[in-house]
Design a protein around this ligand. Structure first.
Ligand SMILES: [Zn+2]
Length: 65
């Protein structure tokens, strides 16, 4: 049981390291995948850009409209 607990502690620590917290609102910042499309220079080919955007209470309203 003791080993199991330490393993859980490690998991908790790892997840804490993964999530960042906003200094403004104190909420955890969730990485949300945004896909934007833009035309490439040649022809009618579209390029899709994927990027992660950190979302917290400060900007979630802006992003959701
Ligand atoms: Zn915030």
């Amino acid at each position: 049981m003791g080993k199991g607990k330490s393993f859980a502690d490690k998991l908790a620590k790892a997840s804490q390291d993964y999530s960042r917290h906003c200094k403004e609102c104190g909420e955890s910042i969730q990485p949300v995948l945004f896909v934007s499309s833009e035309k490439s220079g040649k022809g009618d080919a579209w390029r899709f850009n994927q990027r992660f955007v950190g979302v917290c209470k400060c900007n979630e309203n802006d992003l959701k409209g």
